[in-house]
Structures are given as structure tokens and as C-alpha cells.
Design a protein around this ligand. Sequence first.
Ligand SMILES: C[S@@+](CC[C@H](N)C(=O)[O-])C[C@H]1O[C@@H](n2cnc3c(N)ncnc32)[C@H](O)[C@@H]1O
Length: 203
Amino acid sequence: MKLSKNILADYWKTNEKKFQRIVDEMDFRPCGVWYTDAFLFLSICDLLEVDMIIESGRAWGVSTELFAKYFDFEIHSVERVPDRADDIARPVLEKYDNVKLYENCIFNVGRDIIRNNYDKNIGIFIDGPKGKMAQDNAEEHLDYSNVKVMGFHDREDVEECDFHTFTLDFLPSYMYLNNKIFEKDPEQRDNGKLGWGCLVKIK
Ligand SMILES: C[S@@+](CC[C@H](N)C(=O)[O-])C[C@H]1O[C@@H](n2cnc3c(N)ncnc32)[C@H](O)[C@@H]1O
């Protein structure tokens, strides 16, 4: 299914209060995705009737918690270097019944998670590894027919995708949703008005 920008814009208008409620519930943790980046991926997952998410790159688990709050279905979160921040992420994420945590590399466990869930429509969010080449590898590695959408974080390139936070003209008016991040970590404003960049490919 292909989505139009107008359908997405309507979805954001309809769900603005839900976005706001989830942001209000979040405690700030460092190095996480901007909330608007996650909401772009999540809104597309919802419109495509995704019913399971796999994330690569958990770190402090900001994205993981946003996903777990947004949907009731299973969120599989993979982290290659759990020593970095799992002491902070785990106590938060273990409160969510729908979160499953993996201490491994996505290239070791991603395919098995997909193969064990062929009955699911899967959305995949790659926030580690970083960079186009590594993320292209991950995309190829995880390219199964029940994967409906892939989101790639920290991407400034806007070609070769269906949607991108840098090119959607309705998104700037929702940037206020990230204010909590700017209050706690003002340097994040230096990342540009539209943040780190989230690129989405529909499969
Ligand atoms: C920027 S952090 C993720 C932030 C997180 N998504 C959030 O919003 O809080 C990127 C993480 O990706 C992890 N990572 C990098 N390559 C990975 C791989 N191949 N498999 C799993 N995790 C990986 C890194 O160890 C790092 O902790």
C-alpha cells in the first residue's frame, strides 16, 4: 500500500493529542530520538496496520519507550552494546509488558525474530548501525515479505525513500513536541530545525 502525504498530514492532525500525551509521559533521557522522528515512523506503521516492531539500537531506550507507549503490540528491541546504557533503559522498559529486550547484534538475531513471526506485519526501525552503507546492509539482511516498513534514523539523505522528516511540509509545525528535549539539553537545537532526520521506506 502506498500512502500519500495528505493521508499522513490528516493522521498527524487527528493524533496530535495522542502525540502530546505520550511526550508528557516521557522522562528525558540522553541521546534519544527526537519525538517527531519516532512519530513519523509510528504514524506510518499505524496506517499500514503494522502489528509488531523490531528496533535495532536501543541505548537509553527513548525510542523503545515511545514505541511501547504508542502500541499495545510487541516491540522487539535489539542492542549490540548493552553495557552502554541498559542499567538505565532496562528498569524503565521492564515496566512494559509488550517490550522484549535482546542483547545482541541485529545481524545475529533480526532474521530469526522475523522468521518466528511470519503471521505479523512488521515495522523495523534502525537507529544503530548508523550511516547509509551500514543501514542499507541491514535493510538487505532483513528484507522479508512480512516486513512492511523500515525507518532509518540519523539520515540526512532524502532520496530513495517514501517519506522523510526533512521534506514533509506539515512537520515543522509539530516541532514544539520536542521542546522537552531542548529544555533539558539545549545543545540539541544545534542539530537543525528538523532534527536528526528519519527516513522511511515502505516495502
Ligand atoms: C543512538 S543509539 C540509539 C538510541 C535509541 N534509539 C533511543 O532513542 O534512545 C544507537 C545504538 O545502536 C547500537 N547499535 C549499533 N549497531 C548495532 C547493531 N548492529 N545491532 C544492534 N545495535 C546496534 C549502538 O550500540 C547504540 O547503543
